[in-house]
Design a protein around this ligand. Structure first.
Ligand SMILES: Cc1ncc(COP(=O)(O)O)c(C=O)c1O
Length: 484
């Protein structure tokens, strides 16, 4: 780069040391305010911000600098609108709370901006990430041949797994390939199949015996039929915690079926995987150690900010077979030390952020016990809420929590459930969600934020009871259904 002779001028894009301190101080103060709001803020009740959204849609970046206070004020006004899913009362969907330590890791990682796609460029940075990944493969009882890969989320992990399974069992013949999933499999599994070239008809949605969990016998029957028809069974996909009810498919028996027919066994543990850190979770997830691949979502059950999923694969050779591309301009990579992985040759991304740091720093600063405690608490809180609701004769618990999700109904028809949800949401502190089970609307409560306290959950339970009694007073009758 040519510098202006004698002036030391550069682009002006790097602040001076004094400006850097000022910028960090302003950002630090802003983050402190956000953290305070997270401690006791409400999920709902903020304005939608339609006017602001219109202004921002019309806005374009300025040609000249904006003062940091003005930029932070804009961000602050954005964050004052919409649902705050990082607040303690988020009990909808799969809550994602976000750890400060991971956000600090992002700041450091971004400033360092080390290239971690190829290990030869930054061996220690890759080793730091690989150490965390080895902790994960060991946690799930996978052998030494296993390899982890950090991706943007569970969808990307499921896609990477489906591609590896397709290449392992139907290389070049995706037209005959079949995938076996449960009726409660996450939509990202089907999306992964479509992207990987499967048609709808090649994704066999197999029945469940109890309405909640994939029935291994149904998978066995479907595979047998497909083999008889000259098709290529590729993978059985089990869920370690379905999104709807948090139910765990019978992993050991599904592994048996997959082994029997020599197909890939993928476990989508995006929601439930990290309960493996708890004693109860390990019991419930028995069989996961037999998987060929496991999707995890640290931005769900490890409380990280959005943007981190993980895939663990039993044999790294399959990832390399699908994703090791060659490129003339990457010749320097040949110097790589063999003990370290080239992440770019094991997954779809070439240039990638140093994702390992955003796992490593929270784990280092808090220690793994803190995560075990938080996940155990989520299990306890969900059980407590289910017991409280089951004791109320105006609430029908439809699925009890196997992990930390429960579903229930209040008296009345489907419309009554929607009205009850609106009533529960009225004071804004908590947010629940709804879903469909066996053709009926059910209300759904998921505990997975490290910020959800006993007090928050007590508020949720009391709001649910109040809404259920109001529904009962309108003459609705709770009707029966499956229980977990
Ligand atoms: C079971 C399951 N699998 C996969 C996903 C997709 O993960 P992501 O949203 O991180 O892409 C989700 C998301 O909720 C999920 O619950």
């Amino acid at each position: 780069m040519e510098r202006t002779q004698g002036t030391g001028q550069t682009s002006g894009l790097d602040p001076s040391p004094a400006e850097t301190s000022e910028l960090l101080a302003a950002a630090g103060e802003f983050v402190g305010t956000l953290m305070a709001a997270h401690r006791d803020g409400d999920v709902l009740g903020h304005p939608r911000g339609d006017d602001l959204a219109r202004q921002l849609l019309a806005a374009r970046p300025p040609a000249t600098p904006t003062p940091v206070e003005d930029a932070l004020a804009t961000i602050g006004s954005v964050l004052a609108t919409g649902a705050d899913n990082a607040a303690p009362g988020e009990l909808a969907y799969i809550p994602g709370s976000g750890l400060l330590a991971a956000a600090i890791a992002d700041l450091i990682g971004g400033v360092a901006n080390r290239y971690t796609g190829l290990s030869a460029f930054a061996p220690a940075a890759v080793a730091l990430e690989q150490g965390v990944l080895s902790w994960l493969t060991e946690l799930f009882g996978l052998p030494d041949t296993a390899q982890g890969l950090l991706l943007s989320g569970g969808s990307a992990a499921n896609l990477t797994a489906v591609v590896a399974a397709r290449d392992a069992h139907a290389s070049g013949d995706v037209g005959r390939a079949c995938l076996y999933v449960g009726q409660h499999a996450h939509a990202s599994v089907r999306k992964a199949a479509w992207i990987a070239g499967f048609t709808d008809a090649q994704v066999r949605v197999c029945a469940s015996a109890d309405g909640l969990r994939l029935d291994p016998e149904a998978v066995r029957i479907a595979i047998k039929q497909d083999l008889a028809d000259g098709l290529l069974p590729v993978a059985v996909v089990g869920a370690a915690g379905t999104t709807n009810t948090g139910s765990i498919d019978p992993l050991d028996e599904l592994a048996d079926v997959a082994r029997e027919y020599g197909v890939w066994f993928h476990v989508d543990a995006a929601y439930g995987g990290f309960f493996q850190l708890t004693e109860r979770g390990r019991q419930l997830l028995t069989g996961i150690e037999r998987a060929d691949s496991i999707t995890l979502d640290p931005h769900k059950s490890l409380f990280l900010p959005f943007g981190t999923g993980a895939l663990l694969v039993r044999d790294r050779a399959y990832l390399a077979a699908s994703f090791a591309g060659e490129a003339d301009y990457l010749r320097a990579a040949e110097e790589e030390p063999p003990a370290l992985p080239d992440f770019s040759a094991l997954g779809p991304e070439l240039t990638r952020e140093w994702r390992g740091l955003r796992l490593w720093l929270p784990l280092a600063l808090h220690g793994t016990d803190a995560f075990t405690t938080a996940l155990d608490r989520a299990l306890d809180l969900a059980r407590w809420a289910a017991a409280e609701l089951a004791a109320d004769d105006h609430v029908e618990v439809v699925s009890a929590p196997e992990l930390s999700i429960l579903t229930f109904r209040v008296p009345g028809d489907d419309a009554a459930q929607d009205r009850a949800l609106a009533r529960i949401h009225a004071d804004g502190h908590v947010r629940l969600s709804s879903t469909m089970l066996e053709g009926r609307v059910v209300l759904r409560l998921a505990v997975l934020s490290h910020r959800t306290s006993e007090d928050t959950l007590a508020r949720a339970v009391s709001a649910i009871r109040e809404a259920a009694h109001a529904a009962g007073a309108l003459g609705g009758a709770a009707d029966g259904g499956p229980t977990g």
